[in-house]
Design a protein around this ligand. Structure first.
Ligand code: NAD
Length: 261
């Protein structure tokens, strides 16, 4: 079978994407829908959810469902909704993460640290728990967790975020080994700096000149000379979710323009 045919096996598949209403999650949702998949996008904000749903419906079959990944009951309800609505769960992408800002570690509050760990680590755990439970019942599937290049090395002034993204890789590797024998293939993607609303919010306080300087400095530090577009991360997520990557298990796929090289 050709690579093209293997990628096309996403046609008709049911995909659940948390954090799917903006940024990398939304780009992945658009790519899945364009490949003929049926997609549920989930996040907390209903207004952003409605906007994402209407963009996705212009391309194919998709629906928004509100969910807070911190809340196990909310995640359980999301997985049940997906199965009731589309009759199956073939693939999941866990992209939700809370905003963080650079801060010296000794100045970070316990509350902010807890929020990051709750959303970025326990949120992924909650999602995987209910996704795996459903996939075991329904005949297997794939899961892609969105980590970060910051999950692969230390990052000054982002220690908790970096720790959380390291933990996502730990969750991915452990569950990948635990469930591959039962038909569930689990991997992670590690994006480098990517142009998304999250990044825009992080630099919102900068003047236009400061922003240009910041972007130029950032681009200079990346061998490819620019930030990623969300679609470039989405392509990696689609590949990891498709039969084209059938022998890839517990992997953390770096998509960073050469930053880690
Ligand atoms: N943008 C980057 O440069 C970059 C780099 C590396 C990794 N990442 C990772 O990519 C993922 C997506 O980030 P993005 O840049 O697209 O950001 P984004 O802010 O556009 O997307 C994050 C999404 O998560 C949702 N979300 C946040 N908290 C939630 C909660 N408790 N429950 C449900 N949904 C929640 C938000 O509503 C949003 O839809 C994150 O895991 C992030 O850590 C981003």
């Amino acid at each position: 079978m050709s690579l093209c045919d293997l990628m096309q096996n996403l046609h008709g598949k049911v995909v659940l994407i948390t954090g799917g209403t903006t940024g990398i999650g939304l780009a992945a949702a658009k790519a899945f829908v364009a490949s003929g998949a049926k997609v549920v996008v989930a996040a907390r904000n209903a207004e952003q959810g409605a906007a994402a749903e209407s963009q996705l419906r212009a391309l194919g079959d998709a629906v928004f469902h509100a969910c807070d990944v911190i809340d196990p009951l909310s995640v359980a309800a999301l997985v049940s909704f997906t199965i009731e609505h589309f009759g199956q769960l073939d693939a999941a992408v866990n992209s939700a993460a809370c905003d963080t800002r650079p801060i010296p570690t000794h100045e970070m509050s316990f509350e902010d640290a807890s929020k990051t760990v709750s959303t970025d680590v326990l949120g992924v755990f909650n999602c995987m728990k209910y996704q795996i439970e459903a996939m075991l019942r329904l005949g297997g599937g794939t899961i892609v967790n969105v980590s970060s290049v910051n999950g692969l090395s230390g990052v000054p002034t982002a220690a908790i975020y970096s720790a959380a993204k390291h933990a996502v890789i730990g969750l991915t590797r452990s569950t990948a080994k635990e469930y591959i024998g039962r038909g569930i293939r689990i991997n992670a993607v590690c994006p480098g700096a990517t142009e998304t609303p999250r990044r825009e919010r992080r630099t919102a306080h900068l003047s236009e000149d400061q922003l240009l300087e910041h972007q130029a400095q950032l681009a200079q530090a990346i061998p490819i000379g620019r930030l990623a577009q969300a679609e470039e991360i989405a392509n990696a997520i689609l590949w990891l979710s498709s039969a084209a990557s059938s022998y890839v298990v517990g992997h953390s796929l770096v998509v960073d323009g050469g930053l880690q090289a």
